[in-house]
Every structure is written in structure tokens, then in C-alpha cells.
Ligand binder design. Structure first.
Ligand code: SER
Length: 323
């Protein structure tokens, strides 16, 4: 088996995907790369790690030539809120980075995974049961790079027969690495604040519905799509996938079932609120279910119980959870 290269390996998805891939295919088969050096021992010493800047095409081909790479999970990207404060950087990393990685994949004939997002939709998109194929006019630079990325991946498949695959992820919730600079991040930080201080100040309005997914489901989605029979895939890229849709008020109520004293206040961030308002309330992921058997395992209550348990453990049981 050829090796798997992961870009953005220290990020929220990468830091768990690398471990999952190493467990599944063998530690020496997974080359983790990032623009930073990892503090995490498993990432640093658990298998090959290379420093890699995806905005530098020579750098990518140099790393590719060192290993026999057959698959790339291209996760290096900046998220929506950071993108709005630094659009130029977002374009360079998200767009030029993807282009360089696709070119390297073409040269070395690799299969490639590209994560798109709910951010690829905009205010003119139908917000409820958002269809797989629909209007995509995002208003953030993040969304612009995601739509362009979806199209570019489709293009490389059609034009060069490159095995590109991908999903549109909703907000991802995890307890290992925190997301940074996204619009959906409240759904992770709320758990840390709930356990540490029993209260949280939310930057989105209480009734802001967004699609979300727990990280174990997200890891499974990526691996299952990459292992799926390509002949069954009609869409290949940008599959809508979701596991739950909730608003901040509902998440707080779910946390309160475990921590009855938990309280939430609101201090709205107009930038992130406007972004969230332009994204779907809930996506229709039936194409993914039909074409490669996608099925989430964690709903709001299972995810909340697991997050509270794992983060309490991580914070050395500062607070006792009641069940
Ligand atoms: N979680 C991402 C963000 O909030 C969306 O894909 O930017």
C-alpha cells in the first residue's frame, strides 16, 4: 500500500484523523504534515512528520518525492471568521494551497480528499433541507474558496481523471484539538466554559440553527468516502453530510441536563452572526446516504454526554458530572 499524506495535521480535524489513519493502515503509512511543529507526542513521534507549507508548490513536491504517496487528505485551511479578518491569507492558503496540492496529486497520481463546508452556501441558498445541488453564492472569502475548491476538484476529476472526493462538513465538535477562527466554534468552547465556570457567553443569537457533527462521525465520513466504490459516486465532491442541527439555546438546555447550574448569556458578534445567518439551518444529506452509505452515529444528546465526559477527564475532573 502506498502512503497517505495529511496536510494541516495539527488542526482540529488533522490531529484526530492522523491517529485514526495510523490505527487503520499502520503508523508508518501516514505522513503527517503542517506548517507548525506538533507539541502532541503521538503526532510528532507516532509516525512520519514533515514540515510543509502548502502555499509553496516546490515544498509540496519535495515532500511528495520523499515518500511514495498514494492518497492526500488536504486539510490545511483557514476558517470563516479568520478569513474575514485576513481575506488575502485565506485566498493564499485555501485556494493556492489547494491548487498546488491538486497539481502534486496529478503529478504523482494520488487520490485526494478535500473538505468543503456549510460555508459554501450563502443567503440565497434554501436554508432548510438545503439540497445537494442548489444555489451557492457565499458572501465570505472562506465560502468563495470552498465553492471554487469544489469546482476545481470536479474539474480535475473530469479533465485529468484524478480521483478527487470530498464532503461539505457542518460545524465539527471535538474534545481533542479546539477549532480556531470559525463561526461554529461556540459549540466547542461552550463545553470548556460549562465545566470550568458553569457559564458561557455566546456570540450567536439563541435561535441560530446550524448543522453540526461530532468528530468520530466526521472521521468515519472521510475514511468511508475515500474507501467507497468510485463507480457508485455520482457526485464525488462536496457531498452534504450532517448529523444534527441545533441552536445555542438547545445546546445549553442539553448541557443543563448534566450540569443543572449552567447559565448562558449572549453578546452578539455581528460578523459571526451575519456569517451564521447566511448558512443553512439544516442540510439534506441524502445523496451521501445513497451513494456511499453515509450514516451518522451521534445525535445532540449522545454528543453532549460524551463531550462533557471527555472534557471533564481532560480538565482533570474539576467538576463532577451528574447523569
Ligand atoms: N466550522 C467552519 C467555520 O465555522 C465552517 O466549516 O468556519
Amino acid at each position: 500500500m502506498k502512503k497517505i499524506l495529511v496536510t494541516g495535521a495539527i488542526g482540529q480535524i488533522g490531529s484526530e484523523l492522523v491517529t485514526a489513519l495510523r490505527q487503520r493502515y499502520g503508523a508508518d503509512k501516514v505522513v503527517a504534515t503542517d506548517i507548525r511543529m506538533p507539541n502532541d507526542k503521538e503526532l510528532r513521534d507516532g509516525g512520519p512528520f514533515e514540515f510543509l507549507d502548502v502555499t509553496d508548490s516546490n515544498h509540496i513536491t519535495r515532500v511528495m518525492s520523499m515518500y511514495e504517496i498514494g492518497t492526500i487528505y488536504h486539510l490545511a485551511a483557514v476558517l470563516s471568521a479568520i478569513g474575514e479578518s485576513r481575506p488575502n491569507i485565506a485566498w493564499q492558503i485555501n485556494m493556492n494551497g489547494l491548487y498546488h496540492v491538486l497539481e502534486a496529486a496529478r503529478q504523482y497520481k494520488c487520490q485526494i480528499f478535500f473538505p468543503s463546508s456549510i460555508g459554501a452556501f450563502g443567503p440565497s441558498t434554501p436554508q432548510d433541507s438545503t439540497p445537494q445541488d442548489t444555489i451557492q453564492r457565499p458572501e465570505t472569502i472562506y465560502g468563495v474558496t470552498k465553492v471554487a475548491g469544489e469546482l476545481l476538484c470536479d474539474y480535475y476529476y473530469r479533465r485529468f481523471n484524478l480521483d478527487t472526493r470530498g464532503v461539505r462538513f457542518p460545524g465539527l465538535i471535538s474534545y481533542v484539538a479546539e477549532p480556531g477562527g470559525g463561526t461554529t466554534d461556540y459549540s466547542v468552547s461552550i463545553f470548556y466554559e460549562a465545566i470550568r465556570h458553569q457559564k458561557f457567553t455566546c456570540y450567536l443569537r439563541p435561535n441560530t440553527f446550524l448543522d453540526m457533527m461530532y468528530m468520530p462521525d466526521a472521521l468515519r465520513a472521510m475514511i468511508e468516502l475515500m474507501e467507497a466504490d468510485g463507480a457508485r459516486l455520482v457526485h464525488r465532491n462536496a457531498f452534504n453530510v450532517t448529523a444534527m442541527s441545533f441552536n445555542p439555546e438547545q445546546l445549553a438546555a442539553e448541557i443543563r441536563k448534566h450540569l443543572p447550574g449552567f447559565t448562558m448569556e449572549y453578546e452578539i458578534d455581528p460578523v459571526r452572526q451575519a456569517i451564521a445567518d447566511s448558512w443553512p439551518n439544516s442540510m439534506d444529506d441524502s445523496a451521501a446516504r445513497m451513494e456511499w452509505g453515509w450514516k451518522p452515529q451521534f445525535d445532540l444528546s449522545a454528543m453532549t454526554a460524551d463531550m462533557l465526559k471527555e472534557i471533564s477527564r481532560k480538565l482533570q475532573g474539576e467538576i463532577k458530572i451528574t447523569h
